[in-house]
Write a protein that binds this ligand. Sequence first.
Ligand code: PEP
Ligand code: MN
Length: 336
Amino acid sequence: MIIIIRKDAPNREVERLKSLLAERNIRPHESVGERQTIIGCIGDVSHLDVTEIESIGIVERVQRIQEPYKAANRKFHPDPTIVDCSGARIGGGHFSVIAGPCSVETEEQIVEVARAVKSSGASMLRGGAFKPRTSPYSFQGLGAEGVRLLLLAKRETGLPVVTELMEFRDIELFNDVDVIQIGARNMQNFNLLREVGSYTKKPILLKRGMSSTLQELLMSAEYIMSSGNPNVILCERGIRTFETAMRNTLDLGVVTVLHKLSHLPVIVDPSHATGSAELVPDSAVAAAAIGADGLIIEVHNDPQHARCDGKQSLTPADFSAMMKRIDAVRKCAVLR
Ligand code: PEP
Ligand code: MN
């Protein structure tokens, strides 16, 4: 349910309405927009009497929200959310590129890649330390040592860093990490989502599960947001379809649909979607053209010897060339 407040309603009255809702176990979520102020009601609203609320002087109207996601819903928050990732902003017209290797391997590797992607215009560094691998015999990531090396690269370059959390018990290792990634395989690990959402307000990069609908993705965002963290970035990273020519099928149209359904920023990962370095730049350009709020791209200084996802990793030179195309496409005013 959302409550649309009359223009010029005194703040005191708005606060009084919020307290009344809180007394009824509803968490009020105020969104002050340019045109109107909306109070979103989070919680069980079935016992609220719409006519009683509509009779309050400052209330213009009350609207029930049919969708099961509330905090993530565009109706709750008509303006786009801008997520600030230690200075790199994503959403509401702010575009950021996150780049780096699939996994942190050595100090030389992560620092070299970090310097290279920064000089080509990336505004954040990625690097997995805890890796969700299909095979238990594959490289599982360096764990705590990987986080340490990633933070070292952060100090060397000043780039904010993104890395994946697989289990909540590791959270303290992430204290200096700027953005916590929840991977596709954990998108519906509801306990993890709830634990992370209540532990921190730091940005969460939530990747769409490979067989998840948009409603499921938004419900997962809702778990994080309803636990107390509003800073969620959604990520389309390709889904499973009947097609086998690429690692996954990049579902690019969801950028537009998610922007319609939700105020949260949406970024695209063409690396995991295509699975092949030669296919990444075109999909990245298309994502920028369709209005994505950012990209996450795998880059390795020696893709042939990468311990994970080398086939889909761009060299620093290829990444630099791709960034020039992204810049050009973003300057095309005709796109928006
Ligand atoms: C990754 O970003 O390296 C990763 C494992 O991504 P996903 O969860 O989308 O597969
Ligand atoms: Mn990867």
